[in-house]
Design a protein. Structure first.
Length: 73
């Protein structure tokens, strides 16, 4: 049972074995937990996050220098 709990606790760390880009790390430092990545339109990379039990969507610009949080229409 303890092994199962430990494994579940480590899943977010395992999912992000890759290093997060600096702009996304800066947003993470504000208390947002990054849950997963996804392919976004326009050559951007998307990140799904959680802040105070609410979903947050973050987009990383193709050059990797800027992150944008919000909706994309």
């Amino acid at each position: 049972m303890l092994k199962k709990i430990l494994l579940l606790a480590l899943l977010p760390a395992i999912a992000f074995a890759e290093e997060l880009p600096a702009p996304v790390k800066a947003i993470e430092k504000q208390g947002i937990t990054i849950i997963k990545t996804f392919d976004a339109p326009g050559g951007m990379k998307g990140y799904l996050g959680k802040y105070q039990d609410m979903g947050v969507t973050i987009y990383l610009t193709p050059d990797g220098k800027h992150a944008i949080s919000g909706y994309m229409y």
